[in-house]
Design a protein. Sequence first.
Length: 158
Amino acid sequence: MAPSAPTDRGAPTKRVRSQTLYVPSYSHIYIRNARRSLNLATTLSIRNTSRDVPITLSTIDYYDSQGEHVRSYVDTARTLGPLASTYVVVDMDDIRGGVGANFIMQWHAEQPVSPPVVETVMITGANTQGISFRSPARVLREERVSTDTAGQQSTARP
């Protein structure tokens, strides 16, 4: 009998010390044509996935479709405990962001952690229509920690 192939347990979990994230958002969307739109309430959800290590949120900035800064949601750094979550809400009546709105968010941790889950959820219940959708964050920059085959950690910044 031939020996069995090793079991693939998946790639090791990526560990990072910090990230700058781009999170798409929509303050309204067009329906039928560019003259009719529905306003959306937006929730930016931030979830620390580490069981042991807090992360620090240093920047949550909101930009409009032209790339102009609309608002900052963090005045001073804010700590998010292990497995904790927080959110930012852009009210349905605040359409300053437009259809190309976005958040730029920065976070860091004292030691490598699994990256937080960051996404926006947009929703409206106007009239008889209900629409909701989500948009995940995209990494613009991060300080990664990878483990080589000998178990040593190294840092990389793409």
